[in-house]
Ligand binder design. Sequence first.
Ligand code: TRP
Length: 356
Amino acid sequence: MRLGCRRTFESAVGTKGVSLTVSDSNRKRIVSGMRPTGSLHLGNYEGALKNWVKLQDSGEYDCFYFIADLHALTSDYADTSALRQNTIEMAADWLAAGLDPARSTLFIQSAVPQHSELHLILSAVTPLGWLERVPTYKEQRDNITEKDIGNYAFLGYPVLQAADIIMYKGDYVPVGKDQASHVELTREIVRRFNNFFGPVFPEPQALHTEVPVLPGTDGRKMSKSYGNAIYLADGDEVIREKARLMITDRTRIKRTDPGHPENCDVCRMHRFFLAAQAADKFDDDCRGARIGCVDRKRELANSIIERYGAIAERSRELRANPDRVVDALVQGSERARIEAEKTMAQVRKAIRIDWT
Ligand code: TRP
């Protein structure tokens, strides 16, 4: 029953004892998740997290954001030793960036066992051919060599994702373009399920936001696996050192040589953090040798620190108090379980496997 339902719970990161009431009334639902990759970098923030916070802050949506640890298990099953720490670090970044457990339901997928139950039920109605045709599956099967993904769960990755989304009857799913085929598959699974068992689930829609790609410290797209990332929780000195080690225009040997900002990783990254006019001015000064590479690196570090410093500080503070992060997730998971159980009661009834 979504209409008129009011929930009360305590903010786990805010002051203890302050109760907040959230009315979810008729708001459209947002559902999204991230695999627990650990610390988030600036590219993750600009490309996804910032938008999640914006959707939450708009007050227009009932948001469900979760850590997809069971998804991590589908490919990284052989060594799960880092999962817990990665979950806590990522959640610390979420909270530091402004996701608020009093306004969004923030939870851990595995702490809501209904996801596993729905995954199994959906796997019964999903034809193998649909999964074998998913582009992310084909691509990873052909390209991943460092681990064995010839397991059963890996093929079912998008089925689990479908379960995540429709568990909360999600209307919108904010994800990158790379996830479009998974949302499309979710819609197909919904149609097939509803066709067999009646109209239980709405068809979700992907919400893609266009964001410019943030280059990493080597000029390639910022990515954890390239080792070129600046992390949201990096301290000022770490950022300055990363900027200092970046490569500038290789043809500019002396400070008095004219620079070529179009061939400079520092200039390109700096532009991302500036208004176009300000970036043009810096580029002009490089070309005219009025500013040196060392100066530009310092300016780059300053703009990063200025822009993310407050988030970084909060994230480090939360990392130092992991219990607060865990508390927030545990409480969020409790709330998610209540919603998930409502859906599962309908599902069990619809499929006539219901002994409760
Ligand atoms: N597959 C998504 C990714 O890699 C993560 C994810 C899991 C997800 N379940 C989801 C995203 C449900 C949106 C909705 O980014």
